[in-house]
Design a protein around this ligand. Sequence first.
Ligand SMILES: Cc1cc2nc3c(=O)[nH]c(=O)nc-3n(C[C@H](O)[C@H](O)[C@H](O)COP(=O)(O)OP(=O)(O)OC[C@H]3O[C@@H](n4cnc5c(N)ncnc54)[C@H](O)[C@@H]3O)c2cc1C
Length: 353
Amino acid sequence: MGKLAVVGAGVIGLSVAWRALQHGWLPVVIDPSPCSGASWVAGGMLAPVTEAWPGEEPLLELGEASLRAWPEFAAELGDVGLRTEGTVVAAFDSADARQLDILAEHLASVGRDVDRLTGPELRRLEPVIATSVRSGLSVPGDLAVDNRKLLTVLRSKATFVQQSARAVRTGEVELADGSTERADVVVIAAGAWSRGLHPRLNSLVRPVKGEILRLRSRPGSLPLGRTVRALVESRPVYLVPREDGEVVLGATQYEAGYDTDVMVRGVHDLLRDAQSVVPGLSEYRLVESAAGVRASSPDNLPLIDWLEPGVLAATGHHRNGLLLAPITAEAVVAMLNGEPVPEAASAARLEAR
Ligand SMILES: Cc1cc2nc3c(=O)[nH]c(=O)nc-3n(C[C@H](O)[C@H](O)[C@H](O)COP(=O)(O)OP(=O)(O)OC[C@H]3O[C@@H](n4cnc5c(N)ncnc54)[C@H](O)[C@@H]3O)c2cc1C
């Protein structure tokens, strides 16, 4: 045990700091603008199964291990808006239905059965879905979290140095004002910005932009009871309801460096696709548009490992950083304490790449 410097106050850095504190470490979190990254923008789905594609089995296993840890993680933190109603996935046209069939067959082949539903069965679960939707899936085990509630709670448990890190070396972080923060171990958890902090991350982390909208139901508008995902002419779209009537509609995905402008094209595409599956959305109020930058890696798996003695990376969580926060924090604390890392997290080690 000793002093820990965590660079980055998103869901990953804050979860690591909180768990490390519980294990006797003394963490300080370095961030010029805590909670301003992808974690604040995100949808909050905790949904490994509906993100699973052939070839990504290690990611599915990692996501499922973290999903199992979520109820206890959330219960320890208090009210973080955890929702347990599950997900339905709607196919807009027959080509989308074929893609969902492929997903369902793949999941069955790796031992994860999902329920295939007809249009009427889908609408019995989620009456907001358009009558034109003919088929879909139900994934009862998925969860969702209110990412902003979660960050507010995690933030209250951390101690901060509100500065930008310029460079990380064994035992120290050089800060933007020229001063140095010393620590026994430094954890780089600065999301998409991690790659500028250590040469080994340069080629492993890249920014991937995502836009998202926040809508709010009005008196008389049909509420959503659970997360609705859809494929609309092969484009994925999702709607995640919050307890207070807010619905998060996401998300676009493209390579645009660190740009966080919300583009007219992105807003248009999201609203068009979501309304073709949930027509009642036209009666919702549009309350926010935002863009964030995901930290992506070449194989879509996160990077959780030692970069050199005294410097750990916990980054590259791409589309799944909220889902993977509990297992990432558990793996980092195990590495700090020299204990065995959870089996599913071994795919996130550097030597595995
Ligand atoms: C539109 C969108 C929707 C998403 N939806 C979901 C979802 O539904 N479910 C899910 O699991 N995941 C989702 N994600 C992915 C998820 O948001 C990310 O994987 C996760 O937030 C990554 O967390 P992080 O802590 O690594 O990075 P971030 O949240 O990006 O935090 C990085 C932090 O580092 C700080 N920082 C940057 N540079 C420095 C520096 N030099 N010194 C110090 N600090 C620095 C920043 O200020 C920031 O606070 C979504 C992402 C986007 C963009």
